[in-house]
Write a new protein. Sequence first.
Length: 99
Amino acid sequence: MTLTVPAMPLVRVCAQTDLEVERGRAALLDGVQIALFLLRDGSVHAVSNLDPYSGAHVMSRGIVGTRGDAPTVASPMHKQVFDLRTGECLDSQGRPRRR
């Protein structure tokens, strides 16, 4: 499995068989924690493991789902929902992001 990171080459993080469908896994890439998600359609998505609302590195423990056609992950802390394709927050649960 490879991970595309803006301004970085493709990097092999793990084998796709190391991942479980709709269960997140954390990885450390050049000192940055990332969360990897294998979806039912076989696609793999990666986002920061840092929850921008709580400041905890927990996104790999999030709940995988969908909003319309967007694959999502909900933070296990306060349930903010993020689009796995873009990282955009789709539902902030009324909370401001941490700075």
